[in-house]
Structures are given as structure tokens and as C-alpha cells.
Design a protein around this ligand. Structure first.
Ligand SMILES: [Cu+2]
Length: 345
């Protein structure tokens, strides 16, 4: 007990919010992430297998518990002394056979059903006409690249609604820039690990518009819990509009001129890209259309003026251990840089 308590205290103190900062306010309305409310056929297959496993296990549980309760009552110790022991069966062929064969059958059935499920959503061969998107996991954010559209964005995956008459599934290729992560948006598809030096694939056919949340689901370091995946499924015309907006280089707006100068003269440009400017770093999220995203820092903060100020002032206060340093700018410079960031629609 002692060592456990001590360990818990260590963990609690490591997780404590640094003094002087309040925990971030909720970013966006919490979304349903239950595997029991699948929104694609691919996720529904997984739910089916889950229910089957639960059903069989429940049946076994009920049978075993019923026999147990029966045995407890039937063969309980009673006041009247007398032989109440059950008949002692030893080495009964039929019983041995039954409890060997039935579990084997159950395992085989579960194995077959799960295998059929896996093959029906075979990830090696995404269906034709799928929209390819490369997912690159970073400590601690997600990069999304659309090779056919020439788009690079972060943390919020925007995809077109698939038309049942002319399905257009989304084919993701998953890679990591550093450690092992895991991509999981429970209502859209299964969970897939994301490795460095290896490409994994996963696909889903989004047939219901809406916002879907997911999380990195393989512990990947200190900010693992702040690696939200936000998937927005838009009707096709809206998606096409989004694509056109993303393809454009960053607009140059007069209100951002002063901040732009500061941005371009600091190390920001070594890590971040803003297309249409000399900033071409690929280490960190592409900021060309930062304002098209509802959150920053992988769902840690809502994308608001106050939060951008807070972030640029000291990312380590918001997301301790993250790979962006406090840039040591003066408060007036921070105001200007944020004013610039706010022009990046
Ligand atoms: Cu991760």
C-alpha cells in the first residue's frame, strides 16, 4: 500500500497544473466517442463483433453463475446431519468432452467472425476512388496531408461526405515522425498504431455529416492526453469550398503587417510554414490557414484571441513539455503576432 500511495502522489504532483495558470476551459462540446454508436459501416462491423463477444460471454456468465448458485443452495450444509454430498463423478467421458469441445467451438466461432470482420474492412486495399490522406503523427499533434489537393493542415481532418450511390471512402496512410502513436476515431473506424519508418493504412466511408472526435491511443509521452483528433465530415460542396480556401496561399492583410514582420524575423519560420511567405518550417503545424481550425495545440485550447495570446506567450504553461518554446517576445510584439495569426483564414 505504502509504495503505491507514494507513486500516486508522484504522479499527481507531475500532473498538477503549474501555479498561476488555470486549467484550460473546455475546447469544444464533448462529442460522443462510443464504439456502440458507429457512424460508418466499417465501425459498425466492429460493433457487431463486440456485441457478439459480449453476448457469448454474458451467456457463459449466466450459465456458470446459475450452476454455482444452484450448487450452493442444493448442497448447502444443513442442520439435519445426513449425506448431502452430490454424487462424486470422476473422469466422466461425456463431461470432459463437453467442456473441451464447447470452448473450442466458441473460440473458433469468435475467431472466424473477427477474421471475417477484419477482411471485410481490409485496410491493405482501400476501395477504388478513395480520397488519399497522409496522417503524420508528431509529439503531440497530427499532421494531415492531402497529396491530390496539395493541402497540409493539422489536427482537424476535413473530409467530404460519401454519397451511397457513388461512394468516396477516405484512405488514410499513417506514419509517425517520432515515437509510436495510435490513430483512433471510434465512431468512424478501428484503431491503428502509427509507427516511424512504416506506413499503416486504414479507411472508412463517411456517410453521416458531423464532427467526430478521436484521441491518440498509444502512450506517446508527456502530452499524450492532449493529442485530439477532430474529424469534420462536410457535404461535398462545402468540402470543395474548404479545399479551395486551403489551396490558396496566406492572404496579406494590412492589419497583420506589423505582426507578420515579427513572425518572419523570428524562429517561428524555422518550425512553421505559412505558404506565400518565406516561412517554410515543417517541424510544426502549418499555419497558412490557422483560422480555419476551431482548436489549437491538438484540441488543448479553443482557437480564440485570448488563447492565442496565452499560447504564443508561453506554450509550456498550456502544454508542458510540448515542442514549442516560449519565444520571449515583448507583450506588444505578442499582441502584434497574434493579430497577424488572426489574419490567416
Ligand atoms: Cu500520440
Amino acid at each position: 500500500m505504502g509504495p503505491t500511495r507514494a507513486a500516486i502522489r508522484v504522479i499527481e504532483s507531475a500532473m498538477a497544473v503549474p501555479a498561476g495558470s488555470s486549467p484550460p476551459a473546455p475546447v469544444c462540446p464533448p462529442q460522443n466517442t462510443s464504439i456502440f454508436s458507429p457512424a460508418t459501416e466499417q465501425a459498425a462491423r466492429i460493433t457487431e463483433v463486440t456485441w457478439l463477444v459480449i453476448g457469448i460471454c454474458l451467456l457463459i456468465f449466466v450459465v456458470v453463475e446459475a450452476l454455482l448458485v444452484y450448487a450452493i443452495i442444493r448442497y448447502r450444509r444443513r442442520r439435519d446431519a445426513g449425506p448431502h454430498d452430490p454424487p462424486q463423478v470422476y473422469g466422466s467421458g461425456p463431461i470432459e468432452l463437453a467442456w473441451t469441445v464447447v470452448p473450442i467451438l466458441i473460440v473458433v466461432v469468435l475467431g472466424l467472425v473477427a477474421t471475417r470482420g477484419v477482411f471485410s474492412i481490409d485496410t491493405e486495399h482501400p476501395p477504388p476512388h478513395a480520397l488519399p490522406v497522409s496522417v503524420i503523427a508528431h509529439q503531440w499533434w497530427w499532421e494531415f496531408r492531402y497529396p491530390d489537393q496539395g493541402i497540409v493542415t493539422a489536427n482537424e481532418l476535413v473530409v467530404p461526405l460519401s454519397d451511397p450511390d457513388e461512394p468516396r471512402p477516405i484512405a488514410l496512410s499513417l506514419q509517425s515522425a517520432d515515437v509510436v502513436h495510435s490513430f483512433w476515431v471510434p465512431r468512424l473506424a478501428g484503431k491503428k498504431d502509427v509507427f516511424p519508418h512504416r506506413i499503416n493504412t486504414i479507411w472508412f466511408d463517411p456517410t453521416t455529416a458531423g464532427v467526430y472526435h478521436g484521441q491518440c491511443s498509444e502512450y506517446c509521452g508527456r502530452q499524450h492526453a492532449h493529442m485530439l483528433i477532430l474529424v469534420r465530415v462536410l457535404p461535398k460542396p462545402e468540402w470543395e469550398q474548404w479545399v479551395r480556401a486551403q489551396q490558396a496561399p496566406a492572404a496579406e492583410v494590412p492589419s497583420g503587417a506589423a505582426g507578420r514582420e515579427i513572425f518572419l524575423s523570428t524562429a517561428c519560420v524555422k518550425c512553421h510554414t505559412v505558404r506565400g511567405t518565406p516561412a517554410d518550417g515543417t517541424f510544426a503545424p502549418d499555419l497558412t490557414h490557422l483560422q480555419s481550425r476551431t482548436t489549437i495545440a491538438a484540441g488543448t485550447l479553443a482557437n480564440t484571441h485570448e488563447n492565442l495570446l496565452r499560447w504564443v506567450t508561453d506554450p509550456q504553461q498550456v502544454k508542458p513539455g510540448c515542442n514549442m518554446p516560449a519565444m520571449q517576445l515583448r507583450p506588444d510584439q505578442i499582441e502584434q503576432v497574434v493579430a497577424y495569426l488572426e489574419t490567416l483564414h
